[in-house]
Structure formats: C-alpha cells, structure tokens
Design a protein around this ligand. Structure first.
Ligand code: AMP
Ligand code: MG
Length: 492
C-alpha cells in the first residue's frame, strides 16, 4: 500500500527569507515504533498505509512523500529573557501541510531529522527519550482537552546521538495548527523588515484569526486574539498542574497551542514555586510564574506589530497597551472559571476566589497532591464519608477539615443535585496525568531495554484521563516517598 498524503503547502509559498529549503538527513535503520491511528484518521490519512515499511522511511526522514516541500522555518526569540536574533528550526523540518476533513490546515513536521541552516552548533538530532516524552505529554494534553501540537508518529533511526552519554536517535512527527511563534515575528522585526512582519501577520490572520481580517483594525484584533488564546491556554495549564519549562518567545505558538515540549512536567504535590527544568536556575518559568511570563512574551509580540498599528508611534503604543492589558481579565476569568468547575461550583460568587485560594494555600502548606486532591473532592462533594480520602493527602488532615466546612456550606447554597455535581467535577478533575516518575520509567524501559510495552500502556491510560480505569488505578498514584523526579532536561 503506498502512502498518499494530500499536501497543500502554503508556508512554502511565502517569501524566501521566511525559511530555508532543506532535505532531512538519511539515517541507517528506520523503524516505526508508534503510529497514532486516531490522529491519522482525523487528518484524513490511511493508518494502514502509514504502518508499512514505506512509512518507516518517511517518518525517519529517508523518503520524502510526494507533494512534500521540506523547509526549516526562520525565527528568533527571547531565551530566558535574552534576545537571540536568529534561532530557527535547527532540528526540525516541515514536510508540508494538509487540510484535514474538519477543514483545519495542519503542519506535518519531522523533529530530529538532521541539521539545517539554523542548527548553529547542534547536530539536528533528537534522542529517543525526549521523543517519547513529547509523544506522551502532548497526547495527554490533547486528551485533557488542552490545545496542543500532537504526535503522529515516532521512529527510531538506528543512529547514535551523542549527549552526556550515547543515546538511540529518534524522530518525532509533529502535527500543529502551524509553527508560527512569537519569535517568528521577532525575526523580521529585529531586521527592521516591516513588510515581512506585515506579510507574516496577514498569513497568521488568514490561517488562525480569520475574524480579525474583518475588524476595523485587523492587526490589533489579531494581537487581541493571540492574547485571548494564550491567556486561556495558560489558565488551562495551571488547572492541570502543567509546567511548560521553557516559555521562551520562540516556544509560544501564535495559534494558541502548547508547543515545544522540552523539560516540561506536571506537579505532584501542589507548590506554586515548583520548577523542573535543570536549565531554569532562577525559576523564571516556575508553575506560578507562567501567566506573568505569557504576558511578558505577548508584550514582545506587540512590539513587533507596532509598525502595523499606526504611523503615529504614541497611538501605536496606546493600541498595543490596550490589547495587552486585556490579558489579566481574560486570564483571571478563565482561571477562576476553571477553579469553580474544579470545586463543583455552578454559580459565580464574589468570594469564590478566596475559597479556592484558601484551599490551594492549605494544599501547598501540607504538600497535598494536586491532581488527587481535586479528583477526590468530586467524591467528597457527593458524600462526606469520602472526606477521609481527601484529608489523608494533607500532612495535617485538620487543614482540610477547616476548609471543607466552608466549601460544604457554599455547595449547600446551590441547587445542583449531588450526582450531577459529582459528574461535572469528574470532567474537570482528571484522575490521570503524565506523572514524571512514570514518564521517566517508560523512557528508561525503551532506551535501556528496547521495551516499548510500558510506553504503550501509559499512553493508553493517558488517553482517557477522566475515566476511572480500575485496572490501571495505580497510575493515579503519586510517586512513592522519595521516588519523585524533580529534574527534567531539555529535549535536545
Ligand atoms: P528549544 O529551546 O529546544 O526550543 O530550542 C531552541 C533552539 O535551539 C531552536 O532554534 C532549536 O532548533 C535549536 N536546537 C535545539 N536542539 C538542537 C539540536 N540538537 N540541533 C540543532 N539545533 C537545535
Ligand atoms: Mg523551541
């Protein structure tokens, strides 16, 4: 069965300075280790055809499918606050785009497929561990209902990748609404190329914010749209305990999807200052800093667009500021709305934020597991006999009791019946998240023993995060005492 991918490439039609045409590097022994059948179908592709030997060649970069026009995209970015005028796809190659049956245009990109003109000192490769991490975590995010790039396939290459040790090489096939980043705008703005910024903005509007095109000030409407989506996105991250880890401007997608899973991780015990990434020495991208950083990044995007807003600089800055200040409201509304759902509150009250904050502070002081606390609150909302299972998560159970009384009182003032409240809470509070110790164990089995069974099993569990899955209940457990892994490394 031959592979047919109905490419329809639009980015490759943009001016030459937007990308470099480049071929993936050939590898010695391509082997397809995972194909995402559901996603293939969503893209209108035939999973059977994508499972054969030809597919391994394609997903490892040895064979360019008909219609693909491989390019590496140019972008810049602020990395940990410092501006780098040229980054670009140093280890990723965009094969092209497909318009899926749902009408959405999506990028198909190989990550780890060899050097490009943007590789600088890097080898353009990816090791198997980071490929599996991105596969698991991005698919978990999708199942949680959070906008994200997806993983279509993972292939090993037969090559050895040199990091601190020698590691098996792999390629991830990533699907994204697009790969336009805040840093894509910065690349042209840093060169003073206003026409390229305009061209990119027009492209991004057409592809992601078509309503902005009809607004009286399309570029401002575009900025407001990006602000709105990123505010929503970061609120959703916080609600599941996700830490991105490298929220550099080149890792923030204009489409509003989570992108570039490197040293990302989910928190176990609730701690707003939690950091995982080994390179984030000052906690810039700590869990609780993420909204502020998103806003900072959006200000960098706004700076790039100033020249499109108005010829009058003061007027342009005023417009940018208005759009940027909308972030706080949008974030707070999304975040508070999420907390209400997590607590089973159907009505909006002034004191809801204080109620939620009080719980979070008690969780932090008592090292309560974030995911389990909220999941078990669903049972406690329906029956106070279930309180014991929540309070056992707190070092001092009385800290929970002190809060639970207030919460119950509040619930009693709402008309919602217990069964439907519990059902709604279960849809807001996942049982299963990709806990870091599980992800690390899966990677170790694959890398050390070529055993992909644990990867498959964890992926299956994470595909239904809101179901109880009695056979896999242990996957909901926090790490055993001393078994947590709180250092993650970049996916390079
Ligand atoms: P990241 O922090 O992983 O988002 O990557 C930042 C920049 O470094 C991007 O321009 C990447 O393309 C580039 N990069 C990361 N790893 C490699 C690698 N192994 N080879 C070449 N470029 C890389
Ligand atoms: Mg990146």
């Amino acid at each position: 069965m031959t592979v047919h991918i109905p490419f329809d490439n639009s980015y490759a039609r943009l001016p030459d300075q937007f990308f470099a045409r480049v071929q993936p590097t050939r590898v010695s022994a391509p082997r397809l280790i995972k194909l995402n059948h559901d996603l293939a179908r969503q893209l209108g592709l035939d999973p059977e055809a994508l499972s054969g030997p030809e597919a391994a060649e394609i997903f490892a970069g040895n064979r360019i499918p008909e219609g693909a026009e491989p390019i590496a995209l140019a972008y810049a970015g602020h990395q940990f606050g410092g501006f780098v005028p040229q980054l670009g796809d140093g280890r990723a190659i965009l094969l092209g785009e497909v318009v899926a049956p749902d009408g959405q245009r999506r990028d198909i990109q190989l990550k780890g497929s060899g050097r490009t003109p943007f590789s600088r000192g890097g080898d353009g490769r990816a090791a198997l561990g980071p490929v599996l991490r991105e596969y698991l975590v991005s698919e978990a995010m999708a199942a949680l209902g959070i906008p994200t790039t997806r993983a279509l396939a993972a292939a090993t290459t037969g090559e050895v990748v040199e990091r601190e040790t020698s590691l098996p090489g792999a390629v991830l096939t990533r699907i994204a609404a697009s790969h336009i980043r805040i840093g894509s705008f910065q690349y042209f703005a840093a060169r003073g190329d206003v026409e390229a910024v305009r061209r990119l903005a027009d492209y991004a509007i057409a592809r992601h914010y078509p309503d902005a095109a009809a607004a009286s000030q399309p570029y401002r409407a575009f900025l407001e749209g990006v602000v709105a989506r990123q505010a929503q996105l970061v609120a959703q991250w916080l609600q599941v305990g996700f830490i991105h880890g490298v929220m550099n401007t080149d890792n923030m997608s204009i489409s509003g999807e989570t992108i570039d899973y490197g040293p990302c991780a989910f928190i176990d015990t609730y701690n707003p200052t939690q950091v995982f990434s080994s390179i984030d020495r000052h906690g810039r991208y700590a869990y609780g800093n993420q909204p502020g950083i998103a806003q900072w990044n959006l200000a960098r995007l706004a700076e790039c667009l100033l020249g499109l807003f108005s010829d009058d600089e003061d007027e342009a800055i005023a417009q940018a500021n208005e759009a940027l200040t909308s972030f706080a409201d949008r974030f707070n509304t999304a975040y508070l709305g999420g907390l209400r759902r997590k607590l089973g509150l159907a009505e909006e009250r002034e004191e809801d934020r204080a109620l939620a904050q009080d719980l979070l502070e008690r969780m932090a002081a008592n090292k309560a597991d974030f995911t389990l606390t909220f999941r078990r609150l669903g049972d406690a909302a329906a029956d106070s006999a279930a309180d014991a299972a929540v309070r056992s998560l707190f070092e001092d159970g009385a800290a929970y009791d002190g809060w639970a009384g207030r919460w119950r009182q509040r619930l009693a003032e709402e008309p919602q019946d217990a069964a439907s409240r519990r059902a709604a809470m279960r849809r807001a509070n996942p049982a299963f998240i990709p806990r870091n110790h599980r992800v690390e164990a899966v990677i170790e089995a694959a890398v050390q023993r070529e055993d992909f069974g644990p990867f498959e099993e964890l992926l299956t569990v994470l595909s239904a995060p809101y179901d109880d899955q009695a056979d896999f209940a242990h996957y909901a457990d926090p790490p055993p005492p001393g078994g947590g892994i709180y250092r993650t490394f970049c996916g390079t």
